[in-house]
Every structure is written in C-alpha cells, then in structure tokens.
Design a protein around this ligand. Structure first.
Ligand SMILES: [Zn+2]
Ligand SMILES: [Zn+2]
Length: 359
C-alpha cells in the first residue's frame, strides 16, 4: 500500500518536477543564446510556459533547437504562450522552425508590422500563416497574460505604453531630468519603427519581478518612465534590445533599480559600451550577466564566470556558414519570497541573491 501510494504521488508530482528530479515551487527563466537574437523561456511552478521571442530563422533550425533544449531541461513539452515582441527576424524568425518541433498553443504580439519593406513584409506574412492556425491575440498595455501563479502585465505594445501605473508604481522619476531624445540621425541609422512597437511586460511571481522589453527604443522608454515611473522596481532586468546603446536610458535603468541584469547579446550585436557604462552606475545592481562576450565593450565585459558564451564568433565556424558550436544559456530560478539564483550553464557558476531585506 505504501509503495502504491508513493507511486501515485510520483505521478501527481510529475507536472511540477524538473529534469533534476525535484519538485519545485519556482519560476524558472532561461535566457537562451541565439547569437544576437532573443529567446527567453519562463516556466511557472505549474509547468505552464511562456516563451518570449524565437531567435533567428535558418541555420537548420539552430535557434529552435536551442529553445527545445531549454524546454526539455525545464520539463516543458509545449509552448503554452508565445509572445513575439515585434516582427524583426531576430525575434520572430525562429517561430516556424519551433512550431515544427513543439506545439505552440497561443500567439501574442502587437498585431501588424509597421515595416513597409518587401523582405520584412514577406517574413511577417509567413509568421501570420503560423498564428492563423492557432489562437492569436494582439495585446495592449495593461493586458494580462493568464498563467496560474504568475502576474504578467503588458507595459508597452504597438507603440503605446501604460496609461496608468501598475499597482504600487507611479512615483516621480528623478532620472527624467536631462533626458535627451534620440534624433533623426540615430533613428534613421537604426530604422527602429518596428522596435518601438515591441511588446514589453513585467513578470511577477510572489515578491519577485522581472521585466522584458524586446527592442523597445530609448525614445519609447520616456513616456513609460517619465515624468512618473509607471513600472515600479524589478529584481531582474532582462536587458533591453540586446544591450544596444539605442535603448536603456538612465530614466529606465536607474528607476527600475534592478538587482541583477542579464544581457542577451551576441559578440557583435548589442552589448554596447554606453549600456555597460550606464549599468555600472546603477547602485542597486549586484551583477550583470552576459550571454556572450561583447567585442565592442572591451574591458567593460564582466569576468568570464558571468559570461555564458566566450567564443569570438565571426558569423560562422563551418565551411557551409552554419554556426554549430555548443551554446549555453543563463538560467534564473526565483522563489516567491523574491530570492533568486542565476546560473551560467557553461561552467555551472551560480550566485544566489536573497530576498530584498532578507537573508
Ligand atoms: Zn533585436
Ligand atoms: Zn528589433
């Protein structure tokens, strides 16, 4: 009888058991290396999954394979909610490969691309055929993504930001003084019309809060954070726009008061020197973790323990141009009290950050 009962319990616990075999009451976040694109997997204690962005297309489905590897590690067999922050290929491009590998139940995005160029429109139309066969919802600021145990709030989408602050937020932001908008020179160089449409969200789990913002631009950070901070503070800042210098204003990063930042940069994508410099001035920030060594940042790079992928990738390491090196993610595991642990999957180096005011 005792054995039978134990077996029943094992089955009951299976849905909330990681591949490491331990029952968990944690929010798990995998910042997946997609060589300068973005893909971040959130797994709730129930096992329900939220994937934000899908990396690049091509390379034999390389980025989708990396997402599947993270999903396996988390014990996830389908993507319950896919958020495509915006319709650039480094965020949307891997969706078709991924749909071939894992069921995607719900597609969430900002609706329709604002990019009029032929190539991007064709890529968008291919994505539309995917979401047409599933549940699709265009989200707006203030919307929730319904996942049991998590509090997920959209803070920006489709070029709009929160009209009213999130609960507990709305304080004046002293870091708005001196905010300098990026002018036409920078905007035209980066052609960021689609970036500023990015779906951005706060993911809450008990006392723990993380923010993820796609490629939301510097100029769009202003209405979100100024003159009052409509977001509040966070424990984890998933560094905006791969750490590009065209996002991550002081008005954003100082007011968020993150305790830890994880940057999903590539060797020569994002990881901008100004981003490193401005993060170094955030007094609350315990550590910055990087998914890649950032070539442009030089000595500003963190010590190797905090960098998931060290190789100086030049675009290819095979004769056919496909990068097949092993890739490593940065893993965050949070508990309801607001404590969390960050682990570099390359070397197993990890650091625990206690709950605010806790031990
Ligand atoms: Zn991007
Ligand atoms: Zn973009």
């Amino acid at each position: 009888m005792r054995i039978a009962l134990a077996a029943t319990l094992c089955v009951a616990l299976a849905a909330t058991t990681s591949t490491h075999g331990q029952a968990r009451d944690t929010l798990d976040i995998y910042v997946i290396d997609v060589e300068g694109g973005e893909a971040t997997l959130f797994v709730a204690p129930s096992g329900e999954s939220l994937l934000v962005d899908t990396g690049w297309p091509g390379f034999d489905g390389r980025d989708a394979d990396r997402i599947v590897a993270a999903a396996r590690d988390a014990g996830v067999s389908q993507i319950d909610h896919l958020v495509v922050t915006h319709f650039h290929t480094d965020h949307m491009g891997g969706a078709a490969h991924l749909a071939d590998r894992l069921p995607i139940v719900t597609y969430l995005d900002h609706g329709t691309t604002v990019d009029q160029a032929e190539g991007p429109r064709a890529a968008f139309e291919r994505y539309v055929t995917l979401r047409t066969g599933a549940v699709h919802r265009a989200v707006a600021p203030g919307d929730q993504v319904p996942i049991d145990g998590l509090d997920i709030r959209v803070i920006a989408a489709g070029g709009e930001v929160l009209a009213t602050p999130l609960a507990g937020a709305g304080q004046p932001n002293p870091h708005c003084d001196g905010f300098v908008f990026h002018g036409a020179d920078i905007l035209s160089r980066y052609g960021d019309a689609e970036d500023q449409q990015s779906v951005s969200a706060v993911v809450g789990f008990g006392e723990f809060r993380a923010v993820i913002m796609g490629d939301l631009t510097w100029n769009k950070e202003h209405p979100l954070m100024c003159p009052t901070n409509k977001v509040g503070t966070v424990d984890l800042y998933l560094v905006s726009h791969h750490g590009s210098d065209t996002s991550g204003s002081d008005a954003l990063v100082q007011a968020l008061q993150p305790r830890v930042a994880v940057m999903n940069n590539g060797p020569t994508k994002g990881g901008g020197p100004r981003t490193f410099e401005s993060l170094s001035r955030v007094a609350s920030l315990g550590d910055l973790w990087q998914n890649h060594y950032a070539v442009a940042a030089g000595d500003a790079n963190r010590q190797e323990s905090f960098i998931a992928n060290l190789q100086d990738f030049d675009g290819a390491n095979e004769a056919d141009g496909i990068h097949r090196d092993a890739a490593y993610w940065t893993h965050v595991r949070a508990t309801r009290d607001g404590a969390f642990t960050v682990t570099n999957s390359r070397n197993g180096f990890s650091r625990r950050y206690p709950a605010r005011g806790g031990q």
